[in-house]
Design a protein around this ligand. Structure first.
Ligand code: PAF
Length: 296
């Protein structure tokens, strides 16, 4: 059993998972870029009620070698690689390192690092309203390592009421989330609209359908039959459930932050090239949003 989990990425998702770990009776430690050891108070708002949680926080420069027994990485995909490298020396050999971000490619980039890597994907919705963490939508989280059954340390997670489950088919789960993000995030970011506009506006809906045809073709070439037949249905169902939300990529664009486009559409386009599948519409979105990112 791993009692003390370090969380790298103290944004909304990192804080939400810190609260979840506290509810499981575990001891999360938030890793901060700077500062010394301290207690953090997390104000969590859910369903109109506010609760305070307390956990340890530590600045990266203070981390001792081999002090991390379990690491949950909740940074954006575009920061994950550098973030993991910044605390590499503190990760105990064999300690699970769980990557929980939108997009794909970081796992592959860390493949030769000697770390015990796992991945996860979540549909939890959370954002920071000044210093309050708002848990805006209940979602599901799946964590896993391809082909592996759930390890012993996972028991507190799976036995909890936190909607966290194990999968031995994490590649399929990550690919499904990638398709959903490819269909929703770039369009909402480019047109600066909420998710629901992608079904309300006929022009955008047609554009999303064309994107999904390409996503389906890449899935088929990759041997992912579910993605090939369900890409559009998955995207439509998420758009409907999250109609009032701003996608994470739209939030990044509005706040002048670098987006995860290279790990979302960029990964898809690279896979399409590798497999010889044309996907001009996804390529165009990648070009538009990548140059938008470069101009910030
Ligand atoms: O990135 C996001 O915002 C979310 O993953 C999703 C699925 C698009 C819902 O808003």
């Amino acid at each position: 059993m791993i009692q003390r989990w370090h969380i790298l990425g103290a944004g909304a998702m990192g804080r939400l998972f810190a609260c979840k770990l506290l509810r499981l009776g575990l001891e999360p430690v938030l890793l901060m870029r700077a500062g010394s050891s301290r207690r953090e108070t997390l104000a969590l708002r859910f369903d109109g009620r506010e609760e305070a949680y307390h956990c340890d926080a530590i600045g990266l420069p203070e981390l001792q070698a081999s002090s991390i027994e379990g690491l949950l990485v909740t940074t954006k995909a575009n920061h994950a690689l550098a973030a993991v490298q910044s605390c590499r020396a503190a990760i105990t050999p064999g300690a699970p390192v769980i990557l929980l971000h939108n997009g794909m490619g970081v796992l592959e980039a860390l493949a030769g690092s000697g770390l015990h890597l796992l991945a996860g994907t979540t549909t939890e919705g959370a954002y920071l309203d000044a210093t309050t963490l708002v848990h805006a939508g209940l979602g599901e989280t799946v964590i896993g390592r391809e082909g592996d059954s759930a390890p012993q340390w996972f028991k507190p997670f799976s036995e909890s009421a936190e909607r966290i489950s194990w999968t031995s088919e994490i590649d399929n789960a990550l690919w499904k989330k990638l398709l959903i993000n490819c269909a929703i995030n770039p369009l909402t970011a480019l047109h600066r609209c909420r998710n629901g506009t992608l079904v309300d506006n006929p022009v955008l809906r047609a554009e999303m359908e064309l994107l999904c045809e390409e996503l389906a073709a890449v899935s088929a070439a990759r041997g992912n039959a579910r993605g090939a037949s369900c890409a559009l249905d998955w995207a439509l169902s998420v758009v409907q459930r999250t109609a009032a939300n701003q996608s994470s990529m739209l939030q990044d664009v509005l706040q002048g932050r670098e987006t995860e486009i290279r790990y979302i559409t960029g990964y898809l386009v690279a896979e399409a090239k590798r497999l010889g599948v044309p996907c001009p519409r996804n390529e165009a979105l990648l070009r538009q949003l990548d140059s938008a990112a470069a101009s910030h």
